[in-house]
Design a protein around this ligand. Sequence first.
Ligand SMILES: C[S@@+](CC[C@H](N)C(=O)[O-])C[C@H]1O[C@@H](n2cnc3c(N)ncnc32)[C@H](O)[C@@H]1O
Length: 209
Amino acid sequence: MTALQDLLAGNAGGRGCEVEIGCGNGHFLTSYAASRPDTLLIGIDIKAKRCRRAREKAEKRGLRNVQILHVAAEAFLHDLPPCSVDAFHIYFPDPWPKSRHRKRRFFTMETLRSMHGRLRGGGRVYFGTDFFDYYLQAKVLLALHGGFRLSEGPVPEAVLTSIYGQRFVKARKAVKIFSAVRFPSLDDQGEQDEHQGKVDDHVQGHERR
Ligand SMILES: C[S@@+](CC[C@H](N)C(=O)[O-])C[C@H]1O[C@@H](n2cnc3c(N)ncnc32)[C@H](O)[C@@H]1O
């Protein structure tokens, strides 16, 4: 089994699971995790040094519900089972402000489709940025996707404790944050069962060897 499958298997028993994509040094994740001891919080980042710092921060605070994975978001999403996550948190993703670089932004229709498939019905995507056009882009994609409802509900206060959050608060820069709720779908249980069947086959195959 992969590290991710191990993690999810160890989180059975109805505990929640939330993911921060681009967790940086783990400021947000560790603050947030302290207030949610019964939820598994997975932080992922593409930079090894930041992952190490985030891990150290979680250890120092004695947080047993935090796991940090050094992995690219796209590969991570690909490996996540369907309907396995309660929330994705994406705060201050790289904005790629030059128009010729916009295609490098993380939040695209493709990644949104991936997140939609991995979220449980009623699960949420939280998104925050100081780039107004990125905020609008994310909202337009959500509307075009059709599988989410924009929510007026509160966003976690800890967002502004991240390195970038703190920086923008200090500079009095406007930050835009929203959350969107995934509509439940009739296929959810079928997809979960199909995935569980594949996992069971895989485990039995190993046991027979
Ligand atoms: C601008 S920083 C924000 C960090 C943190 N969320 C904060 O608010 O302080 C963006 C983070 O996303 C990470 N990142 C960029 N592209 C990524 C990818 N494809 N997969 C995972 N992490 C990525 C970067 O390494 C960086 O730590």
